[in-house]
Design a protein around this ligand. Sequence first.
Ligand SMILES: [Fe+2]
Length: 391
Amino acid sequence: MKKNHSSFLDLRKFVAPEFIFGVGARKLAGRYALNFGARKVLLVSDKFLHSKTSWVDEVEQSFKDAGIPYVLFMEVSPNPRSAEVMHGATVFANEHCDGIVALGGGSVMDCAKGIGIVYANGGNILDFEGVDKIPRAMPPLMCIPTTSGTASEVSQFVIILDEFRACKIAIVSKAVVPDVGLLDPEVTISMDPYLTACSGMDALTHAIEAYVSNASSPITDLHALEAIRLIWEALPEVMVQPSDLGWRAQVLMGSLQAGLAFSNAILGATHAMAHSLGGFLDLPHGECNAILLGPVMQYNYSACLEKSQKIGEIFGLSLEGLPETVAAQQLCQTIENFRRKLGIHNTLKGLGVQRSKFSQLIEYALHDACMATNPQVMTVEDVESIYEQAL
Ligand SMILES: [Fe+2]
């Protein structure tokens, strides 16, 4: 049997929500809330967006136009804490809301998902860690991403910081896929250059990890490869021309397609190790991924040889025929050069990571849900050597 046929025999599911992509999508929030039957909406956002951009005001106006009352909730940190989710769920209940609109980056959208889970199911958000642990459906959720990174607007993932154990928990369920994603390239213009670079590298990492994941499928591959191509081309252009809406839209489309891929194929060791750094040391997610992606791809190279070569092709490399150690090193170096070209020069040491923290970081990384779909099984020594390389 031919190899390309056999890949159709594996059991794979693909889940994706409705989404609207294009300039002005943010202004549809009110109409969609009405369509979903909401009578009062909790608008989850953050203080930076409220004070520095007009996006929050514009979404509020869309509720006014639709005649829907709303309450604003902005108590969300980067790496959202479980206590913030619990606070939001209390506000949602006390205000008698019945729909949620999230306007922000991954932290805002994940906090909004957490609020919906707790409101519908009771208990503490930390009780829902793991796969398919949400018995009751959330209230209608509409997501408007303001970064081109996490793709939480289409994903089955929620990442919350357990501030008591100093680690991140992953909640994976079809129940947390939003009812609609409103993807508007115009709102991504408010990102500063470093956030643009880091969130773009997060999206590129989603695409690459989903592509080489051992849970990938022909459908996720389609989106993952296209996402790699779109982001690889457009992200450097966005850094040079930050107000160019066309390039911004291409990065957002790349992020969306990466999201469709990774929500279904899951991720890999880069994310497992970045979640460990984010949870234990509260470090920024996109920056950690940018630093770890090259070394992880070097390590994974032989375990996903053909796919690594295909990624190399998109990067302009010809890796076929090279000794695998040489090719793996080239792939790593190309990713390292790319992230430096975007302005991400940091190392783990630069972020304050010390070797004395390695044993705890390794333990969390090896137990992270994303580690299970890495194409190569990792040992303590493997994870340690990658942290060491990225130090
Ligand atoms: Fe990510």
